[in-house]
Design a protein around this ligand. Sequence first.
Ligand code: ADP
Ligand code: MG
Length: 345
Amino acid sequence: MSEKRIEISQLGEFGLIDRIKSRFTLQQPTSLKGIGDDCAVLDIDAENCMVVTTDMLVEGIHFDLSYIPVQHLGYKAVAVNVSDVAAMNAKPEQITVSIALSNRFSVEAVDALYEGIKAACDNYKIDLVGGDTTTSMSGLVISITAIGRAPKSKVAYRNGAKPNDIICVTGDLGAAFMGLQVLAREKEVYMADPNMQPSLDAYEYIVGRQLKAEARTDIVFDLEEAGLVPTSMIDVSDGLASELFHIASQSNVGVRIYEDKVPIDHETFETAVEFKLDPITCALNGGEDYELLFTISKEDQEKISKHPDIHMIGYMHERKNENVMITKQGNTVRLQAQGWDHFRS
Ligand code: ADP
Ligand code: MG
C-alpha cells in the first residue's frame, strides 16, 4: 500500500476511467467492446449486436433546478443516453431509469420528471423497462441506461478513422453552452432583485438548446438511407475539441479542421461576442451540443454532400498528435482538448 494519497483531480475524469479500465480484461466472447466508447457493444446473434450506455445526472453538478423545468430535465436525461446510442450508429430500443430523491421532492415533481421521460420515450420510440428508486441526502440524482441495436457491419467505433477521411459534424455547436451562460446571468440578476423578470426572448434558440437537448437519431436513419457507414463516430457531449481528440487518439491519426467550416448559429455567435467570448472557443469547448461527429472515407463524400445538416469541417491525416485548426486568417493553431494555442513547428 502506498502511503501517499492520490487526489482524483490529479488523474482527471479520463485518467480515472483509464485506471479503472486497466484493471479489467474482458472474459466473455460476447463482450465485443468494453470501456472506452460511447456504448459497450455486445454480440447477440450472427448479424446484430446490442449497445449499452449509462449516464448519471447529479443536481448541482449537471443541472440546476432553478433554471431547468423538471419535465425538460427528464427529457434531457433520456436524450443524452439516446445520443450515445446514436453515436454507435445504432438505434435505441429500451431504457431503465434510476432515481435518488431527497425529501425536497414532491410526488408532483416526480410526475413532471416522468412526463418528460415519457415524451422522450414517445419521440425516440423507446420503452421504459425498469429502474430503481431510492433516497438521497443531497438533491436529485438520475441515472439512465439505454439499450440499442445495430447490424454488426454498421457499428461505428471511435477508433476507425483513417488518414484522408473527411470529418463531419451535424447541426451547430456552442449554442447549449451560450444558453447556459445566459441562464446563469439571468439567475444572478434575479437573485440580486427578485422583481426583475428574466429577459430571454433574444436568446430563445440557445436557451432552448440548453434546456431541450435532442439526440440525433435522425442522422442514423439518414446515413442508412444514404448507404453510408461512418469510419468512426462519437457524440459531442464535452465539446468538439475534446471529441476530436478521442477519435484521433483512438484511431492513431491527426486532425486538421478549418475554423470557417465549424457550424455556429448566428445567435450563438452574437451572444458570445456580447459575453466577450470568442465564438469558436465556445464551439470547440462548450459541450452539451449532443450533435454527432463522424468521419467518412473520401469515396463516400458525395452520398451526403447535399445533406443540409451535415457539415464537412476538415480531414484526418497520418501525423498522430498533430491536431490543428486553420483559422479564418489562415494561421495554423494547435487544438487543445480545452482551448487552443498557437502552433509551433
Ligand atoms: P460519454 O461521454 O460518451 O458518455 P464517458 O466519457 O462518460 O462517455 O465514458 C467513457 C467510457 O468510460 C465509456 O465506455 C463508459 O462506459 C466508461 N466508464 C465511465 N465511467 C466508468 C466507470 N466508473 N466504470 C467503468 N466504466 C466507466
Ligand atoms: Mg458519448
